[in-house]
Design a protein around this ligand. Structure first.
Ligand code: APR
Length: 499
């Protein structure tokens, strides 16, 4: 019996006609447009032609679905035009579009996919040239059938289409030991996000990433039970919350191989009694060892650092990984600005969605909130609050982490940090090209060289696509330079401690 992981991986990536999907989708649009304008006769004939063309291209499930839609659009919509007039015609068309089409498409598209998809796959396969599915060796047919069954597993899940958007060209299918069926190139695969450290931040991040269907999640910790137990728990939450994808707990870095994004939360959180230098030494060791493993197992990943002290740990990670600066980032600014935005929204009694804020500099104490660049519903914050109130909110945001440590007594914040990591990871995995404040290695931007400092970053599929630079006024520049000096002192401490 095939495991859940395989069943979920195979259907998204099978077959060879990824280009056909877009062709079929185009024809669907043409046919639907013809039907929507009430075209009959020549218009419907064009639509029908397009539908057939779409069906001909239907070798992926997406293509089959699009072709089925086009076929139904062209075949069904003209009918009311022939027999009915006025409101009756409009009502019938509405029923066809809203009620019948989705269900008929659901039935017709797997059939099209079965017939056309498999034959196209046969034609592409070296053993299948010029042969129908029935003429192929059993093993090849078996592979196709397994993939088709996988497709059916996926077909009815509401998350299928969002999953499909997260697919990229990938390696060949790993069919596992014992499966001797021929290798067929795998054009798509799901994104993979690995989280190192299954503590409070890591596990919460895994839950959020899984529930947003960001890809397959691997949760790694040095404590095997913690990683496996929490991963299993999250996976079972998926059955209730209906999220797709796998969540795998492990102690073995081999399971994280080929990750698109790796998040490092491993280390010790701040605890009463632990000096700053103690924490620096402990976490520097943990981060170095994790990054050496990541470098070997996921050499193409974008790495998001979370372990504190953030600016210093990101510096160490970059050194150990040897990745370009585009693929090593620190999570700080999203969290710091989230805290500031929360306090502003609370103060003004407005939705936090309408509060935009920018935070620069180092993480925590040394962060530099920018009230001049904070807007509430498009209105500058400086027009809504007095300088004294703004300063009080800035101070609270700056000590946001400490406030939570003080309340929890036995740990540090994890919900807001996890949400912030997931926002960054999602921007990368889905190539959203978002501008988010992150710790990035500066190479002359803002007059800083060779340090990880929080600045607005354009995040996309390649990680850091650009550091966004803008003019600072005199006060902002002074605050930013003070913050940079603190980050530099932290990095100097690393050399002082021989780390
Ligand atoms: N390899 C893998 N996992 C490790 C390693 C290691 N070398 N060292 C520690 N860990 C794991 C621990 O077993 C633990 O499960 O890292 C996890 C840390 O989790 P918590 O102690 O719960 O800490 P958490 O609150 O998640 O914070 C993690 O994020 O925000 C920062 O300051 C915070 O640095 C801290 C980090």
């Amino acid at each position: 019996m095939r495991g859940r992981k395989e069943a979920r991986t195979a259907p998204c990536i099978h077959d060879v006609g990824e280009l056909a999907a877009s062709a079929a989708a185009t024809t669907t649009a043409a046919a639907t447009a013809a039907a929507a304008t009430g075209a009959t006769g020549a218009g419907a004939a064009t639509g029908a032609g397009a539908a057939v063309a779409g069906a001909g291209a239907a070798v992926t499930e997406a293509g089959a679905k699009a072709a089925a839609g086009a076929f139904l659009s062209a075949g069904l919509y003209p009918l009311p035009g022939l027999f009915l007039r006025g409101k009756a015609q409009a009502l019938t068309k509405l029923v066809l579009r809203k009620v019948l089409r989705p269900y008929l498409s659901l039935i017709l598209s797997p059939v099209l996919h079965l017939i056309l998809g498999q034959n196209r796959a046969c034609a592409k396969h070296p053993e299948g040239q010029g042969k129908s599915k029935r003429q192929l060796p059993d093993q090849h047919e078996h592979l196709l059938c397994c993939r088709y069954r996988g497709t059916m597993n996926h077909w009815h899940t509401s998350t299928f289409w969002s999953t499909a958007t997260a697919l990229t060209p990938g390696p060949k299918i790993d069919k596992g030991q014992g499966d001797q069926s021929p290798e067929v190139p795998m054009p798509f695969r799901r994104k993979k996000i690995s989280i190192i450290g299954a503590g409070q931040v890591g596990a919460t991040c895994a839950l959020m990433a899984a529930s947003r269907d960001m890809g397959d999640v691997v949760l790694l910790d040095r404590a095997e039970g913690t990683a496996k137990g929490k991963a299993l728990d999250i996976l079972q939450a998926g059955a209730v919350q209906l999220f797709d994808g796998t969540v795998h707990g492990t102690i073995d870095y081999a399971d994280t191989a080929g990750s698109d994004v790796v998040v490092v939360t491993a280390g010790s959180p701040r605890r009463p009694g632990l000096t700053r230098d103690d924490l620096l030494a402990i976490n520097a060791g943990v981060v170095s060892s994790c990054c050496r493993e990541i470098r070997n197992t996921s050499p193409e990943a974008v790495v998001i650092m979370v372990t504190n002290p953030l600016d210093a740990m990101t510096f160490i990670a970059h050194r150990e990984l040897g990745f370009p600066r585009q693929r090593v980032l620190g999570m700080a600014g999203v969290l710091d600005s989230a805290r500031f935005r929360t306090f502003v929204a609370e103060e003004l009694g407005v939705s936090v969605r309408d509060v935009q804020a920018l935070v620069l500099g180092g993480h925590g104490d040394s962060m530099v909130p920018m009230p001049r660049h904070c807007f509430v519903g498009g209105v500058p914050l400086t027009q809504l609050l007095t300088p004294e109130r703004i300063q009080a909110l800035v101070e609270r945001a700056r000590r946001g982490g400490d406030e939570i440590v003080g309340l929890l007594a036995t740990g540090s914040a994890y919900y807001a940090p996890a949400a912030s990591i997931v926002q960054m990871a999602e921007a990368i995995l889905r190539n959203q090209r978002r501008i988010l404040p992150c710790a990035a290695l500066l190479e002359g931007e803002y007059g800083v060289e060779g340090l990880f400092v929080g600045v607005p970053c354009l995040l996309g599929g390649g990680g850091l696509e650009r550091v966004c630079e803008f003019e600072l006024d005199e006060t902002e520049r002074a605050a930013f330079e003070r913050s940079v000096a603190k980050v530099r002192a932290l990095v100097d401490d690393l050399s002082r401690l021989g780390l």
